[in-house]
Design a protein around this ligand. Structure first.
Ligand code: SF4
Length: 258
């Protein structure tokens, strides 16, 4: 049986079980990908996992770059987004513009509870009182349902974005469902990209982006929890202003194995 770390790439009829990957395998992949362009990592994901790999994006710049790289190289990796019901109208409009631009469908993952049901169960404006719980209900739980279908989750995380992201690897392994001994590969093909490089790429290829970026929003999430931030701040400084919270939880709810 061919091993996922072996070159050259090959199409797998049955995606390999990430649980079989060892810490040494992950280290080997990171060593191999350290000097490779992002498209090599995306190609590896498709040829290793097929449609059991998918790009998750909130339509920040890095996600858009990955979608373009996939389109240019004929990699039909599925794309999904978390629609909390609290996104900016401009973000929702961007989703439609991107689907038209790339000729693809972007899957929207929605919470179990409508905003009205959440208000009835938890009180109004949960985000203003307990953003961790709100993010769990509206982001983490829907994501967990999607990840249960995947072996490889591809993100647009970049090391430069915040202090919590400086140590991310290109390839990481997480315990997704410990009771059933299920692990998942998290692939961060954009880890080494700077914000400037992302924006240069978007402009060079005239890729649609969120117009809120032109209005001082550097990182864009849900409307109640996103503020404009200055260029001297970290990119995510405008998120959850007033709370000791820098991550919504989707990148922190699983235990990292390697
Ligand atoms: Fe709720 Fe804010 Fe989290 Fe969105 S970002 S899910 S509104 S707490």
């Amino acid at each position: 049986m061919k091993h996922p770390t072996d070159p050259p790439f090959a199409v797998w009829e049955d995606a390999p079980n990430p649980t079989m990957l060892s810490a040494a395998d992950i280290q080997g992949l990171n060593d191999r990908f350290r000097t490779e362009p992002s498209e090599v990592l995306l190609t590896w994901a498709w040829e290793t996992f097929g449609a059991r790999a998918a790009i998750g994006t909130s339509f920040q710049g890095a996600g858009l770059v990955m979608m373009h790289l996939c389109q240019q190289r004929g990699l039909p990796l599925p794309v999904f987004t978390l629609d909390t019901g609290l996104l900016f109208p401009k973000t929702l409009a961007l989703k439609g513009r991107l689907e038209a631009f790339f000729g693809c469908t972007i899957e929207s993952l929605e919470p179990d509870l409508t905003l009205e049901q959440q208000a009835a169960a938890q009180g109004p404006e949960l985000w203003a009182r307990d953003p961790d719980l709100c993010c769990t209900l509206r982001k983490v739980v829907p994501l967990q349902g999607k990840l249960a279908q995947l072996d490889c989750w591809i993100t647009g995380l970049r090391r430069e974005q915040s202090d919590t992201r400086t140590a991310i690897g290109f390839v990481e392994l997480y315990a997704f469902d410990e009771a059933n001994h299920r692990s998942i590969v998290k692939l961060n093909p954009m880890a080494a990209w700077s914000r400037q490089a992302v924006w240069d790429y978007l402009r060079q290829h005239q890729i649609p982006y969120n117009p809120l970026h032109d209005q001082g929003y550097r990182s864009i999430g849900c409307q109640p929890c996103t503020r404009r931030s200055g260029s001297g701040d970290t990119e995510r400084a405008g998120r959850w202003t007033g709370f000791q919270k820098t991550e919504c939880g989707i990148h922190t709810f699983m235990a990292r194995k390697a």
